[in-house]
Design a protein around this ligand. Sequence first.
Ligand SMILES: [Zn+2]
Length: 123
Amino acid sequence: MTLSSEADARARLLAERADATARVAALHRELDRILDDTADRDADDEHDIEGASMPFEREQVRATLRQATDHLAEVDAALGRLAAGTYGVCETCGRPVGEQRLAARPSARTCVPCASRRPPSRG
Ligand SMILES: [Zn+2]
């Protein structure tokens, strides 16, 4: 990997990291708001008021937050690989992941052929 593409990769990853961090923070606020709403409703002493939509919304936000947190971890791991000099090397076969794939998905761990193969399932 050339120095300029490494700088590009770092810039892309840092931009993606900023996005992911903002998304995680926004989702945390959203979840807090939902939980506060739920707490208010409980305090109202009206047990039937929590309709089906509230737990659903809460689970949706939780699931999205989980994905965003995972993504942030992926980006952090990619930055770690960049620092370690292993960025852009497929974790499965050791071949280059490829500039195009890295441009589309800066946190990619594997090359396209390896990614399109199903990973060995563990149960
Ligand atoms: Zn591979």
